[in-house]
Design a protein around this ligand. Structure first.
Ligand SMILES: CC1(C)[C@H]2CC[C@]1(C)[C@H](OC(=O)c1ccc(O)cc1)C2
Length: 214
């Protein structure tokens, strides 16, 4: 990578690491009781928080704020679900201490989401975990997901991957392959949201705004 590319990657990494999910949400995982209602409320808080973290991260991606404001909103709305699933997959596969992951998985499974959506969701988490991405790759993949939801991916990000995975020339292609799988989760998410509405659960204003519900 050239000097300015390294600087860009460092800026994106710094933004990514600055906006982590607060530990109080992770702590709640272990303490509140386990009813479906409780689990749903916890996931609501988690999703709301993830969208807030996503907005903060995106605002710190160099150049994003100089985009046309409507485009900024369109990019955020177009990529929020994918970025949230990607973030959760990364949280699942690395950050949270071991015990939390099982508890979080159990609470997601008992939160009113039907099994048909749970299966692809956890398959995705496993496939992301299996990539053992380092923080730069996680930050870059999230930035790519947000910035180019529908345009062909720029090639220079691939240089960083070959740097860290010299033994796997096809590593970057595998990363992008995960983004295709990630895209399919959009569809499941729409179903999850609508099926939850059947049992008339309340969403937060931020989630209603970003997903045009209610
Ligand atoms: C881990 C996940 C990505 C997976 C299960 C929880 C998540 C944070 C997400 O929840 C919502 O989208 C959601 C939407 C609305 C709501 O009130 C609660 C959760 C789906």
């Amino acid at each position: 990578c050239s000097r300015e590319q390294r600087a860009l990657i460092q800026a994106i990494l710094k933004a990514y690491e600055r906006h982590q999910i607060p530990h109080d949400v992770a702590k709640k995982l272990l303490h509140d009781q386990y009813s479906v209602e409780e689990n749903f409320l916890l996931l609501t808080e988690m999703a709301t928080n993830q969208v807030q973290v996503l907005v903060e991260f995106t605002k710190n991606i160099p150049g994003f704020l100089s985009l046309d404001h409507e485009d900024q909103i369109a990019l955020l709305k177009g990529s929020a679900v994918e970025a949230m699933f990607l973030r959760s997959a990364q949280v699942f596969s690395s950050k949270t201490p071991a015990g939390h992951t099982e508890v979080l998985e159990d609470r997601i499974r008992k939160s009113g989401i039907s099994e048909e959506f749970i299966i692809p969701m956890f398959n995705f988490y496993k496939s992301i975990g299996g990539l053992h991405m380092n923080p730069e790759e996680q930050a870059l993949l999230t930035a790519i997901t947000i910035l180019t939801p529908d345009r062909p991916y720029v090639k220079d990000q691939s240089k960083l991957c070959t740097l860290h995975h010299p033994h796997e020339p096809q590593y970057f292609a595998r990363l992008l392959g995960r983004l295709t799988e990630l895209r399919s989760l959009n569809h499941y998410h729409t179903e999850i949201i609508s099926s939850w509405r059947v049992s008339d659960h309340k969403f937060t204003p931020l989630l209603c705004e970003i997903w045009d519900v209610q």
